[in-house]
Design a binder for this molecule. Structure first.
Ligand SMILES: [Zn+2]
Length: 124
């Protein structure tokens, strides 16, 4: 079942040259390796692509104000994100439980210390 979600989304990257057609939904960014101005469809946001100029792998920036949720991802991609979110949530739950257990231990230790201090004061 997991194999269904490994499908790569194919989003073509173009060079931002004079006369290049850029739509409102396109992301324009510079290759961090060679500085070439590149244009990619908004669905490429957050994806690893190869620069059409130098061939280096480039992470497409996610534009300000754009949420990954806004992208019309296919259902497999959405499920993948949902599973990842659930995993993180479960991890957080486990951390909270272990912190609560630690808090109980600290409260017990504090109680013992208070008793020792009270006995010490009474004894002197
Ligand atoms: Zn490049």
């Amino acid at each position: 079942m997991a194999e269904e979600f490994t499908e790569e989304i194919e989003v073509p990257v173009r060079e931002n040259e004079d006369g290049a057609e850029i739509r409102d939904t396109d992301i324009v960014f510079d290759c961090p390796h060679c500085g070439k101005s590149l244009v990619i469809d908004y669905r490429g946001a957050g994806l690893q692509i190869n620069c059409s100029e130098c061939g280096e792998s480039v992470l497409v920036p996610i534009p300000d104000g754009m949420e990954l949720n806004d992208l019309d991802l296919d259902s497999g991609e959405i499920l993948k994100q949902l599973f990842a979110t659930r995993r993180n949530f479960q991890k957080s739950e486990l951390e909270i439980q272990s912190l609560k257990a630690r808090l109980v231990q600290l409260q017990e230790a504090l109680g013992v210390m208070q008793e020792v201090v009270a006995e010490g004061l009474a004894g002197s």
